[in-house]
Design a protein around this ligand. Structure first.
Ligand code: HEM
Length: 491
């Protein structure tokens, strides 16, 4: 309530003093001066977008409740329908955020990145970590930029991304998939429903990520095993993503005083750090032999960086993997003929096609953010270096211009004679794990895990779902509320 009042007062004050954004007059025109006889160059100022207030920018749309941040994906869809391939939002102090929906523009943005691509940091996390130097030597791989980021990236991720590491991990993934199917059998009710599938999927995601990073089976999927750490971590990571969303997309009043969302963020960061530290502390000899863990321990970096990297790897894998697996199961449940095709296909190519098609239709990361480091022309407008660009990859992937029957789940488009055409359409827009030098270091691992789990599931169960899945934006695109599915034994 207090936050809300401050928003309204700030809004009235800025209207009263007649503030106008400084960039309108100075910065952008300086970058692209219009010469006398030349036609006017279209700049950021000319990009269409919703009405922007002085200082507050377009965030008032959310402050006044016209749109909700938990449905921000619908807001962007509406803006795309209204403005076309490009539109402009304005953050606090009227900093423009350029939103693009077109493949050609995304290609320019993603390809233009130099040696150190910049992804805008989650500022609230950066602030929290800077205020805890006893734990963090930097803001972490995900939030650092420039040389510092490059140093961390090369020091920490080579083994995690190596094909050998992932290949050697395959037998373990098979065992985890077996445990997961047994857990489903134990959790389902007489009719075959698992009502809290999201909770169980969270445990699977944590079990798999811990197995990779800590080299150790935690037993989170075994009935009767103590799962306090798993439940605590899953809950804290969930809260952390929601707090990131609220601090990132809301008015950044947390910069002035600790708002409730900033406090939630601090608490969840603390809990994640402590629970993950406990997992590291109780490491056994298996952990000591884990290639990923070893590579981090041996890295020539500050001791604090090592621990926070392990913490970040664990946190990065849990919620993303959980959502992605739920989306995949949902798609095959909605398309029972796909389950039969999985059973019939001895090459296993169809399994991978199901994952790719799920990334296309419901990626948990639905847009990619970059700060461009060179001037670009996007959608007919001149955009200066330093601008923040949001590439709406998920919406582009559902555009008929790029994929026929774009809203339909059709794994076949990734196979046989259609394969080439789809792969070429997918370039620069099908980016569920990002793009270029900042691409997700967990990509290979996830691309291996999802098809193995799906295969095991379909061999064991007929997967059914009764109702459409509603989506919610929690910084990641997630299923809304609890997910329930029915698992009948395959006879
Ligand atoms: C389904 C699961 C996952 C998805 C969809 C996903 C997606 C992404 C995306 C989209 C990015 C941003 C990339 C960019 O800006 O170009 C990213 C970054 C990152 N991911 Fe993942 N991720 C997943 C799992 C994991 C796992 C399992 C780990 C670690 C074990 C991980 C660690 C990271 C890290 C450290 C970064 C920051 C990389 C950097 O900035 O250099 N992710 N992820």
């Amino acid at each position: 309530m207090f936050d809300y009042l401050i928003h309204i007062l700030a809004m009235l004050f800025t209207i009263f003093i007649g503030y106008r954004p400084p960039w309108i007059k100075k910065k952008l025109l300086q970058n692209f001066p219009a010469k006398k006889d030349e036609p006017k160059v279209k700049t950021v100022r000319d990009i269409p977008g919703p009405f922007s207030l002085p200082i507050l920018g377009t965030r008032w749309l959310f402050t006044l409740g016209l749109y909700q941040t938990n449905k921000i994906h619908l807001f962007y869809e509406e803006m795309r329908d209204k403005y076309g391939r490009i539109f402009k939002e304005e953050a606090l102090f009227n900093i423009p955020v350029i939103n693009i929906f077109d493949k050609e523009d995304m290609e320019k943005v993603l390809k233009s990145a130099g040696k150190y691509p910049i992804r805008p940091p989650t500022e609230a996390i950066a602030k929290y970590r800077r205020s805890h130097p006893e734990r963090y030597a930097s803001t972490g791989l995900t939030n650092e930029q420039g040389e510092r980021w490059h140093f961390l990236r090369t020091s920490l991720t080579n083994v995690l991304t190596s094909p050998k590491t992932i290949h050697d991990f395959l037998p373990e993934v098979g065992e985890i998939a077996d445990d997961w199917c047994n857990a489903i059998k134990q959790k389902r009710n007489k009719e075959g429903y698992v009502a809290n599938l999201d909770e169980l999927t969270g445990k699977l995601a944590l079990e798999a990520t811990c197995a990779l990073v800590l080299g150790r089976r935690m037993g989170f999927l075994i009935e009767g095993e103590k799962c306090e750490a798993a439940e605590g971590l899953a809950e804290a990571v969930h809260k952390n993503f929601i707090a990131c969303r609220d601090t990132y997309f809301g008015l950044p009043l947390w910069k002035l005083f600790p708002t409730s969302s900033y406090k939630n963020l601090c608490n969840s960061e603390k809990v994640i750090y402590e629970l993950a530290s406990e997992l590291i502390r109780t490491a056994d000899e298996n952990t000591m032999e884990s290639p990923v863990f070893q590579s981090v321990l041996k890295a020539h970096i500050d001791e604090r960086e090592k621990k926070s990297a392990i913490v970040d790897f664990l946190a990065a894998g849990i919620y993303t993997l959980k959502n992605s697996l739920l989306f995949l199961l949902y798609q095959v449940a909605m398309n029972p003929e796909c389950q039969q095709k999985i059973l019939d296909d001895s090459t296993k190519a169809y399994l991978k096609a199901c994952s790719t098609e799920t990334y296309r239709l419901s990626p948990t990361v639905n847009s990619l953010a970059r700060v461009i480091d060179t001037n670009l022309e996007l959608g007919g407008y001149q955009i200066p270096a330093g601008s923040v660009i949001l590439c709406h990859s998920a919406l582009a992937c559902q555009n008929e211009m790029y994929f026929k029957d774009a809203k339909k789940f059709r794994p076949e488009r990734w196979l046989d004679e259609e394969k080439q055409k789809s792969a070429s359409a997918a370039g620069y827009i099908l980016t569920p794990f990002g793009y270029g030098k900042r691409i997700c270091p967990g990509k290979r691992f996830i691309e291996q895990v999802l098809p193995v789990i799906l295969d095991k599931m379909v061999q064991t169960f007929v997967i059914n779902v009764d109702r459409p899945m509603e989506l919610e934006f929690e910084f990641l695109l997630s299923p809304k509320g609890h997910t329930s599915m029915r698992f009948d034994d395959r006879t």
